[in-house]
Design a protein around this ligand. Structure first.
Ligand code: GSH
Length: 213
């Protein structure tokens, strides 16, 4: 039976984009079910799948996984041949650390600049806390590309050469750095952001987002 990924609005649900992009990039078949935000039935619909009443939630047969990073780990275990984490132990450790940092951090950026995928040139403020989050994220992207981009698994355009969970975790920030910017970034980080935003799967998500607004 095909897995089902329950997601929120494509324009707004940054957490949903992560596992959706991961599944698409890895070429893993899945059924998508969107639960629109802000409707009277939103919460009860979400609670049918996830005890948190939040999206994303991946349902695989009897198993429900209701957190984006837990979904990513579940997919990495279920499809080892997809190599969703880098192969080198040190690269994998860094990929896990930056994915966890995204999952638990950058609250200023997330609060002040919510994802609004299909809007361009959004007016915005840049308080010190947002500036600090941007500087840290730029260092993360630049560092991963410099250390691993050409070295890990034969090299490639992603943070760790091949596409990995770390790329998926930062995909909503890619959107923010385009729609609230473009945000000035060091060269390797800017190149990675632009490559990510141009991925066919990101475009597909963007088309869905545009249809919602
Ligand atoms: N830590 C969770 C966060 C999930 C989350 O906060 N989801 C938000 C949307 S992106 C949600 O479902 N909100 C419910 C609502 O706004 O009605 C994860 O990684 O999946």
């Amino acid at each position: 039976m095909t897995m089902t990924l329950h997601i929120g609005d494509k324009n707004l649900s940054s957490w949903s984009l992560r596992p959706w992009l991961l599944l698409k990039q890895a070429g893993i078949p899945f059924t998508e079910n969107m639960i629109r935000f802000g409707r009277p039935e939103t919460r009860s619909e979400m609670l049918k799948h996830a005890p948190t009443g939040l999206v994303p939630c991946l349902v695989d047969g009897e198993t429900a996984i209701w957190d984006s990073l837990a979904i990513a780990e579940y997919l990495a275990e279920s499809f080892p041949e997809k190599r969703l984490w880098p192969e080198d132990k040190a690269a994998r450790a860094e990929a896990r650390a930056i994915s966890a940092e995204m999952h638990s951090g950058f609250s200023a950026l997330r609060t002040v600049w919510p994802m609004n995928f299909s809007r361009q040139g959004m007016r915005h403020i840049q308080p010190d806390a947002v500036r600090a989050d941007i500087a840290r994220i730029a260092a993360i992207w630049e560092g991963a590309r410099a250390r691993w981009g050409e070295k890990e698994s034969g090299g490639g355009p992603f943070l760790f050469g091949r596409f990995s969970i770390a790329d998926a975790m930062y995909a909503p920030v890619v959107s923010r750095f385009v729609t609230y910017g473009p945000v000035a970034l060091p060269p390797r980080a800017a190149e990675w952001r632009d490559m990510m935003f141009a991925l066919p799967a990101m475009k597909e998500w963007g088309e869905g987002a545009a249809r919602e607004v």
